[in-house]
Design a protein around this ligand. Structure first.
Ligand SMILES: Nc1ncnc2c1ncn2[C@@H]1O[C@H](COP(=O)(O)OP(=O)(O)OP(=O)(O)O)[C@@H](O)[C@H]1O
Length: 248
């Protein structure tokens, strides 16, 4: 499997703190690559560098072989990098469909068409409908987003990300605050999506991670201490000591 997104020696310093330290990993189409680690391990900082929200201190990021390390976030989004956030970022008073349409429009800005009503923009409407269908949210398409359940809101965030038609999905704790049923729904969705996307999953729910990840990278204090399939990570001595605890 060839890498869609390759990360080499990625480092981010905040003053004297090295939040992410020379991280090397890749994301492949057809694979869920989970990044786990204790609080403050550098997972969100890593995602923020990949999406272009923060600059890298050093290292290289390549999308399909093309160096995108210094590209602005908007250009990365257009090149196919989509992300979801730890907290919900939806507009509660807009419908689920409108939220997706706005996400699609933001990814393909058309400054010359500012006067055009959002509803009239066919391309973003099509992208919104496809994304809602992919996320299993069609029945809720016209519901005001703020009235959806917590789980459906998180699904909507993934749908908004899909509306930008990404090739790479960077998902920051998509299961946070979810009940058992909602978690199952989201996991089914992620497994479906990996067929057509390269997925980076940052998640604290270890049961979920070990069930659906194809590869797991473990970070401690900004540094990668192990990468491997779930079985290899589960039996890795350093991981057990540093993160999972010997009794896991
Ligand atoms: N903007 C910032 N300025 C200074 N330090 C920061 C900044 N962002 C993150 N840090 C620090 O970098 C380290 C890594 O933080 P990060 O949020 O990436 O960890 P994390 O693994 O995502 O944690 P969590 O699981 O709690 O979300 C932490 O020590 C954090 O305090």
């Amino acid at each position: 499997m060839t890498a869609l997104l390759s990360v080499e020696g990625l480092t981010r310093r905040f003053g004297g703190l090295v939040a992410v330290n020379a991280v090397t990993l890749d994301l492949r189409l057809g694979e869920i690559h989970a990044v786990i680690g204790t609080n403050g391990a550098g997972k969100s900082t890593l995602i923020n560098m990949l999406s272009g929200e923060i600059d890298v201190s050093s290292g290289r990021i390549a999308l399909a072989g093309e160096d995108i390390t210094t590209r602005a976030q908007s250009r990365r989004a257009r090149a196919g990098i989509g992300r979801s956030y730890q907290r919900t970022t939806i507009f509660p008073e807009f419908s689920a469909r409108e939220n997706c349409r706005l996400a699609a429009q933001a990814a393909t800005p058309r400054p010359w068409a500012l006067w055009q009503r959002a509803q009239d923009c066919e391309a973003s409407s099509a992208a919104a409908n496809e994304a809602l269908a992919a996320a299993g949210l069609q029945p809720y398409a016209d519901r005001m987003a703020g009235t959806l359940s917590h789980g459906a809101k998180r699904q909507l965030e993934v749908a908004m990300c899909l509306a930008t038609r990404p090739r790479v999905l960077l998902l920051d704790e998509p299961l946070a605050g979810m009940g058992a049923e909602e978690t199952e729904r989201m996991l089914t969705l992620l497994v479906q999506l990996k067929g057509t996307h390269a997925i980076l999953l940052v998640e604290h729910d270890m049961d979920a991670v070990f069930r659906i990840a194809d590869r797991i990278t473990v970070m401690v204090n900004g540094t990668v201490i192990a990468t491997g399939d779930p079985a290899a990570i589960r039996s890795n001595h350093d991981v057990r000591q540093a993160y999972l605890g010997e009794d896991h």
